[in-house]
Design a protein around this ligand. Sequence first.
Ligand SMILES: NC(=O)c1ccc[n+]([C@@H]2O[C@H](COP(=O)([O-])OP(=O)(O)OC[C@H]3O[C@@H](n4cnc5c(N)ncnc54)[C@H](O)[C@@H]3O)[C@@H](O)[C@H]2O)c1
Length: 341
Amino acid sequence: MKAAVIGCGAQGRGGHVANYHKIDDVDLVAVCDVNLEQAQTVATEFGIPYVYSDYRELLDKHNLDLVSVCTPHAFHREQTVDAFEVGANVICEKALAVSSAEAAEMIAACKRHNKKMSMGLQNRGSAEGRVLKQFIDEGGLGKIYYTRVVSGHVMNIPGYSVFHKKGLSGGGVLYSTAVHTLDLANWIIGDPTPVAAIGTIYQKVHHMKNPLISWKGTLEDFETEDFAAGYIRFENDSGLSIESNWLTHPWKIRPQIEILGDYGVAEIPLKIFVDQGNQVFDRTPKITESGNHFFAVLKDFVDAVREDRTPIVRFSQMLHVQQMMEGIYQSAEIGQEVQIG
Ligand SMILES: NC(=O)c1ccc[n+]([C@@H]2O[C@H](COP(=O)([O-])OP(=O)(O)OC[C@H]3O[C@@H](n4cnc5c(N)ncnc54)[C@H](O)[C@@H]3O)[C@@H](O)[C@H]2O)c1
């Protein structure tokens, strides 16, 4: 299968190019970056024959089966839809888009052209998530009534990308970092339909004493949020709270996911406790499997195309996660709960 990568920065190179390289029947024929020198460097490193600075040219010149979209979020919709138009299947990096309307447009284009679509959500490749999802799917926790998501970095706003620029990324810690954990939690609890969101966001870095600036530029260039919190209500009457923070204090690190069900509680990193009467039973299995989680998700996409099956990341999950994040941003802006969908 012929593959190409659009955007040769940190994730395009390290996530997509490097891992396509490890899949036998994938022929990585071309890469593209508006920074041609960047694309050329990656092409030389991995022996890729064609290099472009214009993604349209790349799409038009090769009869591609697989396209990875690894550019800033604001370009995802256009590049993904255009790739479907030329008959390719697409794995798009997170965040899928900068709005749920854009996400819906991408999904509609995928369906219209009868193609496959997935996302660069490597947490889906973790055995811990898979095992907990199965435990819950089999009814081990009973009905899930509450999920708590905590995500971010410890005192570190990532500076290698453009996550701090609103026009290019659409949002900050929520769109760029917490999306991974939110997606994992949503997948594990069975992708319930979100109906309402309430949220609040802050730019706390502006109030710190001597903040660490890891991006090229100054503090004034930081335009997105470094803290976002929200509460989501689902159609099935359960709820989810999320706290995402790039400035987490080192001694305030908590489980990434906590799930409360009628029969017990589970967490990621993996812990499962089931209650009976006043007794608590530890049902945490031993997990020995480890490995390259990003490779697993990319391989799933390639296999889904080859086998004509649905990839691990489903349309409704992509849309629900985007809707939840957008709902939190919208609620934060107007200071009220917003309806979703
Ligand atoms: N899955 C993960 O863990 C993970 C990690 C980091 C980044 N990402 C995602 O990957 C994507 C890229 O992030 P990054 O960290 O690699 O950023 P980056 O800034 O390192 O790389 C982005 C690249 O895209 C190029 N580019 C910008 N506009 C373009 C356009 N219109 N056409 C072609 N190339 C263009 C830039 O020149 C740059 O080289 C984002 O969606 C980001 O959220 C995912």
